[in-house]
Design a protein around this ligand. Structure first.
Ligand code: SAH
Length: 356
């Protein structure tokens, strides 16, 4: 039988588990919740009796996520993590240290089935969804890792931009959001969280109805359907206007502006006339455009344009009164882009050169 993942339980569910399964008084749930938020293992829950800890170990696991490797950038302190899950699957994440607080990029699935042409996470499809505890566990594990060095520091912002499509693992992701925000949990404000989607329109409406003040990022990457369909299979299921209408609805429902992510790809979507067209399509929408010079994925024949092209694209958007910035590249020396580290480790393991 799979052991229960305690981090995935709400306060009420944990209480029920403590009283019904462990036959313990209710206050024990509070003690356990406190340890869980601090990233302790069951062995380390020292205010529980030894027999109780032994029983708990039989039935449950505290955090199903273990940091297997940490790689810190010498350029900007960005840190990349390789995590191991209980079934042996590997996922990854990256911590960006900003002045306004540490931001952790978390994964929501092992692999991804969306098939975007430029993305390393999707090359072998989706292996499985992550549980809510496995999403939350990434944050808890990284907090613990940071605090070993700096006890006062912790993850302040979260972006659901690692491997996987969050809205393709809807229930676990929504559960994660409620858990991470719980006052007795990590108590991270939903306003400090961004969810990035390739544009699963039906789920975007569902998500807007949850009433969670999360920032929505939409991976747009094109000024029209013709180009978008070349690189994003999801564009065959939902048309450009449909996606924009869903974004507009999200803005109306939450009052928060939408962030459009736009990966600039040489000879495909990065010409100034594409910037013109994009500006026309986005006119009137409360939004910001994040321009990302493509991270080259060696398995794909796609590359970033030169710097001048990137800047000309930005200028043209600004000229048309579209708020936009170029995303700063971080962790260039540590396979910073999503999916790349896991792939490197897996292929090193296959070829027998891995040292993990
Ligand atoms: N599935 C979600 C979230 C994961 S990807 C989504 O599609 O939004 C996070 C962001 O990184 C997305 O905008 C994705 O399109 C982008 N991305 C993936 N591969 C990239 C690459 N090689 N270069 C630049 N951005 C990339």
């Amino acid at each position: 039988m799979d052991r229960i993942q305690l981090l995935g339980l709400t306060g009420e569910e944990l209480e029920r588990f403590v009283t019904d399964e462990l036959k313990q008084p209710r206050y024990r749930a509070g003690q356990i919740a406190d340890w869980l938020a601090r990233g302790a293992d069951i062995d380390g829950m020292t205010n529980l009796s030894a027999p109780l800890r032994a029983r708990l170990l039989e039935l449950a696991v505290a955090n199903p996520v273990r940091i297997q490797g940490a790689f810190r950038s010498k350029l900007d302190d960005t840190e990349k993590f390789l995590y191991a899950l209980p079934d042996g699957n590997l996922i990854e994440g990256v911590l960006m240290r900003y002045h306004h607080g540490d931001t952790l990029c978390v994964s929501t699935q092992v692999g991804c089935r969306m098939g975007c042409a430029f993305c390393a996470s999707t090359l072998e499809g989706r292996v499985r969804d992550l549980t809510a505890a496995e999403i939350l566990g990434q944050v808890v594990a990284v907090n613990r890792h940071i605090q070993a060095e700096q006890p006062d520091r912790r993850v302040h912002n979260i972006v659901l931009m690692g491997s996987g499509e969050p809205l393709d693992n809807y229930d676990n992701v929504v559960r994660f959001l409620r858990l991470v925000n719980a006052p007795k949990g990590l108590n991270i404000s939903l306003r400090n969280i961004s969810l990035s989607t390739c544009g699963l329109v039906r789920r975007m409406y569902d998500f807007a109805a949850e009433g969670l003040p999360v920032t929505l990022s939409l991976s747009l990457h094109a000024p029209n359907d013709e180009i978008r369909r070349k690189i994003m299979p999801v564009a065959n299921a939902y048309g450009y206007e449909e996606v924009l209408a869903a974004c507009k609805y999200y803005v109306e429902k939450t009052g928060r502006r939408v962030i459009f992510e736009y990966a600039l790809i040489r000879d495909l979507n990065s010409d100034v006339r594409h910037a013109e067209e994009l500006a026309r399509r986005l006119r009137g929408l409360r939004c910001h455009v994040n321009l990302i010079p493509l991270n080259d994925v060696k398995e794909r024949n796609l590359a970033a344009p030169d710097r001048r092209t990137v800047e000309a694209f930005l200028k043209r958007l600004e000229l048309k009164h579209i708020s936009a910035t170029i995303r700063r590249e971080m962790g260039a020396d540590i396979e910073g882009a999503c999916g790349q580290l896991r792939r490197k480790v897996l292929s090193d393991m296959e070829s027998g050169t891995g040292n993990t």
